[in-house]
Design a protein around this ligand. Structure first.
Ligand SMILES: NC(=O)c1ccc[n+]([C@@H]2O[C@H](COP(=O)([O-])OP(=O)(O)OC[C@H]3O[C@@H](n4cnc5c(N)ncnc54)[C@H](O)[C@@H]3O)[C@@H](O)[C@H]2O)c1
Length: 363
């Protein structure tokens, strides 16, 4: 492998900008090719970033022997097929969250990683936030004791991005798979990635996408379209792990709540902490409760720094032959959790997981 990684970015809508900028800043990578089914969009981005090639088809792009690695920033429904095609073409892969839409797809991607011997990193960007890494160092040193409960929430009152995000056949679901994945993964990662044993969830389709609301702007997909909405507007779940720990989560695209709110809190036997919205630690010393505020430049989510760290890590892993901190196996485990919650919501019962194959079985 050369010392400069030749990279292609597939899908150049909203989030691709963070990948593009981060590769441009990385001294060991070269933005070589851009692909989007919208060729004009691909060409415009290729010219903006000085990439040599622009494609409308990922198959054509992957046939280029000069290309070493790709970032996949397309709709969720294409993550598994494009990842598998890229791995089979000998390319390394950084794929946006969620890994894919089903457990079966996730296992197929895992199989392709193993048979190709190439690296696949899942874009669980919250793990790469400097504050998440700070808290992980504390957790790994035993500062919080046993982390046995976590509570995470991202409640948007008006935040259905429309377009493919609202089309279940292309997204796999609504707020649970789109934003729930961020906080479930972050809590699970900081808890030390215990094995999931069961999930119990609810998904509600009560408010629609609220595209009728006037006077408030909100995040919209690159190709916004409010005419189709087949995803839930609220989901919640209780996730149980084999070490007895549990995680409660609720997420929404639409909810009658006064303002948007986000939080992720973990509680242990010796201390606890908030990672969202702002870094803070609670502990006890000499029979006294202490609220501790770590002194960092930004206690909130460092959006740009996290993407830079994610891309830098990917480049380092590929060039150094190292295993990423967000490997395909974690993508598979997350798909078990997310799909289990949807199944639980559909069936109105708890879903338990069997040990061996990751398939859900009835409680
Ligand atoms: N990590 C994060 O914080 C974060 C934030 C937003 C989105 N995302 C993820 O990034 C991905 C893209 O989201 P987005 O907001 O950028 O969406 P977007 O709609 O803005 O952009 C998607 C782009 O992919 C292109 N595309 C779709 N299918 C394609 C295919 N088969 N071949 C080539 N191009 C194709 C579309 O034309 C579009 O330009 C999603 O998986 C989403 O979950 C992650």
């Amino acid at each position: 492998m050369a010392t400069t990684l030749k990279v292609g970015v597939i899908g150049v809508g909203s989030i691709s900008e963070m990948h593009l900028k981060s590769y441009r800043n990385n001294p060991n990578s070269e933005l070589y090719a851009i692909c989007d089914m919208n060729l004009e969009r691909a060409k415009a981005v290729a010219s903006q970033y000085g990439a040599a090639k622009a494609y409308s088809s990922h198959e054509e792009m992957l046939a280029d022997p000069e290309l070493d690695a790709v970032s996949i920033c397309t709709w969720n429904s294409t993550h598994a097929p494009i990842s598998i095609a890229a791995l089979n073409a000998g390319k390394h892969v950084l794929v946006e969250k969620p890994l894919c839409m089903t457990v079966e797809e996730a296992l197929a991607v895992q199989q392709a990683v193993r048979s190709s011997g190439r690296i696949l990193q899942v874009g669980f960007v919250r793990r790469y936030d400097p504050n998440a890494q700070l808290l992980l160092r504390f957790a790994e040193q035993g500062e919080f004791g046993e982390l046995y409960y976590a509570k995470a929430s991202i409640l948007r009152r008006l935040g259905n991005p429309g377009g493919w995000f609202a089309d279940k056949s292309r997204s796999g679901g609504g707020p649970l798979i789109d934003i729930g994945v961020h906080v479930i993964d972050l809590c699970w990662y900081l808890m030390g990635r215990p094995k999931v044993v069961s999930v119990s969830g609810n998904a509600y389709h009560k408010l629609g996408n609220r595209s009728n609301v006037k006077g408030l702007s909100f995040y919209q997909a690159s190709d916004y379209d409010a005419s189709l909405n087949t995803v839930e507007d609220l989901a919640n779940a209780l996730i149980r792990f084999d070490n007895g720990a549990s995680l409660y989560v609720d997420v929404s695209f639409a909810l009658h709540i006064a303002q948007d709110e986000s939080s992720a809190r973990l509680f242990g036997t010796k201390g606890g902490f908030d990672v969202i919205p702002t870094l803070s630690i609670v502990t006890e010393k000499h029979d006294t409760i202490l609220n501790v505020t770590p002194q960092v430049d930004n206690g909130g989510f460092n959006f740009e720094a996290a993407f830079q760290a994610e891309v830098d890590h990917f480049v380092d892993c590929v060039l150094g032959g190292k295993e990423p901190i967000s490997p395909v196996e974690d993508g598979v485990e997350m798909m078990k959790i997310l799909c289990g919650i949807y199944e639980s919501a559909r069936e109105g019962r708890e879903i338990r997981f069997s040990e061996a194959d990751g398939k859900a079985e009835r409680a």
